[in-house]
Design a protein around this ligand. Structure first.
Ligand code: SF4
Length: 382
């Protein structure tokens, strides 16, 4: 068992007066079952929530709700950039591997990145502010755990730029899907016979748009569903924008929303995005207005914490995500009643001062940090 899984078991066993909260990434629910005897592509969210309750977690929230909030702010950011024709192309992602790549190797392109935190970081920030304040839970009693599809989400949790408070991480522990399966087995949880559980509210109810963040093209599709509403005041007649969905390494296309023609690109390979970055760095131009970049095959469903090289298994996980999107009564983030409620109660409006403080982030030029830690000389100095 990994140290991360051992640490969370110790946390559960020695809970004392702590309040334990947990959030579940969209990709985890369609892959966890494979480690516990289910067919690939089985969505085990009900048993997963039931198991977390039995383990002693007090509040169980959905990273998909964080995705809905990310979409609201990011759609507004995209519309603003389109209207002003500034900082285009806008790069969207929920992938720390990608933005760390930009911070290290292309820091001059940081202004093109959307300023939104990832759904993981957005929800954790809301839990440590809005939720803690609303429930009157002192932060030293609130311990927050994340279930995530990849190791890089642990790196992200350590990045101070995503914290709300300078001396207080938003996220205390991150477990990958595989590590959580180990924990389930170690704690002898009867996962298959677990009564189905429901998320807690208001941070547990999400739209279908929040779910599709798990696979490549999903972040962009979710943002476009709401950007269309912000531009036209209407909902899309058909929410599935299949042209954006990308099961390969790279897919390009074009969208028209009212007067805006938007050339788009979705990529899940840092190798494939590099020529586009080089062109943007050299010329300051790109043929695209909106680009999504993820690192793993088919996005987070193929993350290192639930890794498989089997394309059929990835396709089944992906199909489960799109089926889950359709199960939701709200298909776009702006339709989520709980999103409307939190803006009314707490953030006031899109892009407010409070929203910027809690939900947005800053990226950092890390090229010098790497230069200090890494040299490469040919021929070697004596
Ligand atoms: Fe992690 Fe891969 Fe998703 Fe990036 S694409 S956040 S590396 S699982």
């Amino acid at each position: 068992m990994t140290k991360a899984a051992e640490d969370v078991i110790n946390l559960i066993k020695n809970k004392g007066d702590k309040i334990l909260t947990v959030q579940i990434a969209p990709a985890v629910r369609v892959a966890l079952g494979e480690y516990l005897g289910y067919e690939p592509g089985t969505n085990v969210i009900g048993n997963l929530i039931g198991s977390l309750r039995q383990l002693g977690f007090n509040y169980i929230f959905d990273t998909n709700f964080g995705a809905d909030i990310t979409v609201m702010e990011e759609a507004a950011e995209l519309v603003e950039r389109l209207k002003t024709n500034k900082k285009l192309p806008m790069f969207t992602t929920c992938c720390p591997t990608w933005y760390t790549y930009v911070e290290r190797l292309y820091p001059e392109l940081i202004p093109y990145l959307s300023t939104l935190k990832s759904p993981q970081a957005v929800l954790a920030s809301i839990i440590k502010t809005y939720f803690a304040e609303k429930m009157k839970i002192p932060l030293d009693r609130l311990v927050h755990v994340v279930l995530a599809p990849c190791e890089m989400k642990k790196e992200e949790a350590r990045k101070k730029e995503i914290w709300v408070y300078p001396d207080q991480p938003n996220i205390d522990y991150v477990l990958t899907t595989k590590e959580f399966a180990e924990l389930i087995q170690e704690m002898k949880i009867d996962f298959k016979n677990m009564p189905q559980g429901d998320f807690d509210n208001p941070l547990g109810i999400s739209s279908g748009a929040g779910a599709i963040f798990a696979t490549t093209g999903g972040v962009m599709e979710a943002v476009v569903r709401t950007a269309y509403f912000l531009i036209t005041g209407k909902d899309l007649k058909k929410f599935e924008i299949t042209g954006i969905r990308n099961a390969g390494l790279k897919r390009e296309g074009s969208l028209t929303i009212a007067n805006f023609k938007i050339d788009i690109l979705t990529v899940n390979s840092l190798h494939e995005i590099t020529p586009i970055l080089n062109e943007l760095k050299t010329t300051g131009k790109s043929k695209y207005e909106f680009i999504e970049v993820m690192n793993c095959p088919m996005g987070c469903i193929g993350g290192t914490g639930q890794w498989t090289a089997d394309k059929e298994i990835l396709a089944k996980r992906r199909a489960a995500i799109f089926a889950y999107d359709k199960e939701h009564s709200a298909r776009a983030s702006h339709q989520n009643e709980y999103v409307k409620q939190i803006y009314k109660e707490y953030f006031e409006r899109l892009g407010s001062k409070k929203a910027r403080q809690i939900l947005h982030t800053q990226y950092v030029d890390r090229s010098e940090e790497d230069a200090a830690n890494f040299t490469c000389e040919f021929p070697p100095k004596n």
